[in-house]
Design a protein around this ligand. Sequence first.
Ligand SMILES: Cc1ncc(COP(=O)(O)O)c(C=O)c1O
Length: 433
Amino acid sequence: MSANDDPQFWAKARAHLVRYGGAFSPLIAESAAGNFFTDAGGRKILDFTSGQMSAILGHSHPEIVAVARHWIGELDHLYSTILSRPVVDLATLIAKISPGRLDRVLLVSTGGESNEAALRMAKLVTGRHEIVAMSRSWHGVTGGAAAATYSSSRKGYGPPAPGALVLPAPDTYRSRFIDANGVYDWRSELEFGFELIDRQSSGALAACIVEPILSSGGVLEPPEGYMAALAEKCRERDMQLIFDEAQTGLGRTGHLFACERDGVVPQYLTLSKTLGAGLPLAAMLTTPEIEDIAAERGFLFYTTHASDPLPAAVGLKVIEIILRDRLTERAALLGDRLKAGLLALQQRYDCIGDVRGRGLLLGLDLVKDRRTRAPDPDLAQRVARECLELGMMTSVVRGGFGIFRIAPPITIDVGEIDLGLEIFDRALARAVH
Ligand SMILES: Cc1ncc(COP(=O)(O)O)c(C=O)c1O
């Protein structure tokens, strides 16, 4: 019997844990360091998901460990109206590195919260309440964020916030909008989407929230020009634009912020997962003009962990390391190597319909048939199980697709990229035959 099968552990887990996201992985994690974690059997598992897409510097990075140790002993948590140096320094640094004039920063704990804050501020400042989001979005599970989330189940939880409107997510591989030359016609799709929005709207459009690359929706990368066109549609309607860079922010895509590729600066930008690199830290950024109006109107987003010093100190170190070690460039370079390796696998496995994404945020789309592009979720689950057996953690998106989203730490090295590719190769061979 493997140490991962410990009957007492699993009996207690079954008896006392809420099942918040389907089945738990069939192993017990004991420790993690660098780009691997170790299970109860002593097996080292390559972490191709960066934990929950967050551990961008790998696990237990020595400098992060040192900062966390220092601040837990120095200044951990305070009444939420009290400021400290790490908080003001982090807000200043985020304002400096972010695009445009997103100079006002709110520091909270989770991605859902940071989006909730942006949505609340957009409603307060515009005096309207309708929120447009993409049909394959994921912005969190709290009220407002969940109302704007369409790639998870919405069934059974009662009515979402009134005014939740949806745009077709730009899916370069499976869109129904194909022109006479067989090319994805995103302009017509966007036009059509806004035609429907305008018909549904009761005249209270407040904001549009969007991930620069829709990760949980299947690593959907909008074509170049799409975000600029979307921003224009928002401007025409006097709607505010929110970019959710929970997964794409801070280097993973080969830009410090993914929206830099698109040359679009939104009214709000949210950061979370990668900012704490595994610790709970999130930020909502906006312009001084917007923040001033919100403050005049008594903006309230008062949470227990707003402006906590310990996570802020960690966030400061995370950004310092990413800038100092040029990890954004590294993500671009190693992402190219990983993508080339996946494309080489596509040559050998008919079940790989599409390889897409940027930097170290890539998608591998498994299909039953390349002609029909019918997704193969069962095969993807078998491949994921084989990967875990062979020593690599992967993530398959929800929603009936067979799409892997591949997001290793951006501290990963060439040997570990090649190991990941080798494991994918062996897992595919086992699962297909
Ligand atoms: C793009 C995006 N935004 C927001 C969230 C929600 O973040 P959290 O789970 O920290 O609330 C997620 C989580 O997966 C995400 O992928």
